[in-house]
Each structure stands twice: as C-alpha cells, then as structure tokens.
Design a protein around this ligand. Structure first.
Ligand code: SF4
Ligand code: SF4
Length: 383
C-alpha cells in the first residue's frame, strides 16, 4: 500500500550529495561550491548530504552553507562510519568531530553509515544504536536512520531488530532495479513493507547512467530528444512512492542546473516512458562491464595504494564502447593510476581487503588481473 503521510514527505525531492564536490588541483573548489549552494537554495531545494568519510566535505559545507544561511533554512545529513575505528571511544568521538567540522549545531538526518555484511557488527559491538538514541534525546539529532548497500534480507533483519530507525538510505536506479546483487527493487519493497521512508542514493549509478552506450542512448533520444540521460534516471527514482529525497552527487554548476530543471515542475514517468526505460535496461544488461560506483570504500584499506575504481573506469571504457576506445582507455588508465600517484593493477598482492568492503560485491582481484591483461603491455598506460 502506498505511503500517504511519512517523514520527509514535504522536503523538495532533489538532494545535494556532497561526495563528489568540484576540485581544482586536488582541493575543493569552494567558490564553485558556494555558487552551487546558492543556486540550489534559490531554486527551492533544501537537503544536503555529507559524511564523516567524504574527505573535506563536512568542512566545505560549513564554509559554503552553514556559515552563510540561517540554520532552519535547510536540512543537513551526515553519517557515522564506526567500522573505521577500533574502540567505542573513538567511534563516539567522531560525532563531536562532525559537529565541530560542520558547525551545524545539530543534524537533521543522521545515518549509521554503510551497514551490511561485517560492518553491522561494529555498530553492535560499540552499541552505537543507544549512543545515537542518546544524541537524539539531547536534540543533536532530529531523525535517525542508516544507509546500506546490502541485500533485502539484511535490510529486513536490521529494520526488524531496530524499529526505532526512522528512514533508510539505499541504492536505487533503473539499471540495477532487478539486479540480483544490488537488489534495488527488493530493497525498495522491503523498506515499504516496514513502512520506512527512503533516501535514494546513486540514482544515476555514480554517473554511469549519464554516458550510455549508443544503442541505449538512441532509445532515450528517440523517446525525447530534449531530455538528458541523467533526467531519465532521476525521474525513474523520484516517481516512486515513499521517497524523502533523491541524492545526486553534483560536481559542477552544469549538472546542478540540469537536475534542478528535472525537479522543477517534476513530472513522474508515464507508462510509455517506463517501457522505454525497460528497453534501455535490456541494452545495458547485454554489456559485461564492471559495476563499480566509485564509492572509494576499497581504496582506504588497500596496502598497495591501487587505484581500484579508476582502473575499472578505464576498463569500462573498453567494455562499454569497444576495442576502438582502447587507446583513449590506456591514457585514462595511466591518468587514474600514476597520474594520481597510485599503483596499477599488477601491484595487487591478493590480500582481499578490498573485496571485503566492496558494496557491489565485485571480484576485484580477478578484475584487476583482467585490467593488467588489457593495459599491461600498453606503453601509454604504463609510462
Ligand atoms: S587484494 Fe589487491 S587491490 Fe585489493 S586491497 Fe589487497 S592489494 Fe589492494
Ligand atoms: S570496487 Fe567496489 S568498493 Fe571499490 S570503488 Fe568500486 S564499488 Fe566501491
């Protein structure tokens, strides 16, 4: 049954994801972020999503948003990754660091970050649940929930054990709607079954649904030559019931303008458009790409500092667009690895740390072997 009245129902449905902020020479381009914040708020949108682990995102949003706008004019969400530390004291100290970094005084939406698999045990071991309930009682958190990249049975178990969770943040995009590993549809339906509203993450699949292969792109262009590929993906997620907000990790003003246009006078997908999306999904399912969303969780623990998501990005250029893209992909491989001071695929010692944290369950070690076979002898890629 459709949710008619739920937490966050009236929040404007585009959220500003702060994971991929624009950068100049490695540093956040704070002036552009300020312009993006201004544009976003002027257009009537109010929800900002950061996290302890998004590099300098929390500090940047203090400068671009918190220090410049009344606190009650927006909602700020952030996340606690307690699986990054060894003790309960360290985990709890992160919360104070977040208050200091953001200067926000309190958090409107606060999430236990990336539950699922072995990570859930950290939140149990440190009893993060009662710690955050206490922060909520103190007024430092308005609404408490969690993000998860796992499967629907894990989501069911957590929501059953913790009915105090007010919302859940899940991956949701049309390409992975029926995916057996990511389970967008099953996770969506599970949240609805528990009457828990959803914050959508990765509606454009980490940007992968922007640059579509020709056959898929043609289907969208035929249906509407004026609509961007991102707008189709966002409208798909935003047409569902029970959604608090759809996060988009916007990296520049152009992306923000396009997204604002999509959500201003928002039109849900009609039946004919859903049929088009299903055809696009069929085209994408034919492609044997690596389903990496560039979340970067794997990079932190890699003892060899291998540029895992960047390597997959280069590989996918070839997998998606064919062998004629191999020269350009070779340069991309060099740029993503040595160009960023990181190691290439042949440095892998097969320790498995990356695979234990990958939310997409990618067989990273095997894929790195494929990457080395693809690029290893390429002088452009190895220079
Ligand atoms: S298996 Fe390879 S890529 Fe993964 S963490 Fe270990 S060294 Fe890094
Ligand atoms: S390989 Fe997995 S953990 Fe690493 S960036 Fe890609 S999706 Fe994230």
């Amino acid at each position: 049954m459709a949710m008619t009245d739920y937490l966050g129902k009236d929040i404007p449905k585009l959220g500003f994801g702060l994971m991929r902020l624009p950068r100049i020479e490695g540093k956040v381009d704070i002036e552009q972020v300020k312009q993006m914040v201004d544009l976003f708020l002027e257009a009537g949108f109010t929800y900002f999503d950061t996290a302890y682990g998004y590099d300098d995102s929390e500090v940047s949003i203090k400068e671009a948003l918190v220090d410049r706008y009344p606190r009650e004019s927006y909602q700020l969400a952030t996340k606690l990754p307690v699986w990054r530390v060894e003790t309960r004291e360290e985990a709890e100290a992160m919360f104070d660091v977040q208050l200091e970094r953001t200067g926000a005084g309190y958090f409107d939406y606060y999430l236990l970050h990336n539950l699922g698999a072995h990570r859930t045990a950290y939140f149990d071991r440190f009893d993060t649940w009662s710690f955050l309930a206490q922060k909520k009682a103190e007024g430092l958190i308005k609404h408490l929930g969690f993000s998860i990249h796992g499967k629907a049975d894990e989501l069911d178990a957590i929501l059953t054990a913790h009915p105090e969770m007010e919302f859940v943040q899940i991956q949701l995009n049309y390409a992975d709607w029926e995916s057996p590993s990511i389970q967008c549809r099953a996770n969506y339906e599970m949240a609805m079954q528990h009457n828990v509203p959803i914050i959508v993450m990765e509606p454009v699949k980490g940007g992968n649904l922007v640059e579509l292969p020709k056959t898929a792109l043609q289907l969208l262009t035929n249906a509407n030559p004026n609509a961007s590929t991102a707008s189709w993906a966002l409208r798909y997620a935003a047409s569902l019931n029970g959604i608090i907000v759809n996060l988009s990790g916007m990296s520049d003003l152009a992306q923000m303008r396009d997204n604002i246009q999509t959500f201003t006078d928002f039109k849900p997908l009609i039946a004919e458009e859903r049929t088009v999306i299903e055809a696009v999904r069929g085209e994408l399912d034919k492609l044997p790409t690596v389903p990496c969303t560039s979340c970067d969780y794997c990079i932190e623990g890699c003892p060899e500092n291998i540029a895992i998501p960047g390597i997959f990005e280069a590989m996918n250029l070839v997998l998606r667009y064919g062998e004629d893209r191999k020269a350009g992909a070779g340069f991309e491989y060099f740029w993503q690895t040595k160009g960023h001071g990181r190691a290439q695929a042949d440095a892998c010692i097969e320790c498995g740390v990356c695979e234990s944290v990958c939310p997409q369950s990618i067989a990273i070690i095997d894929e790195l072997k494929h990457a080395d076979a693809l690029f290893g002898a390429n002088p452009v890629a190895r220079r």
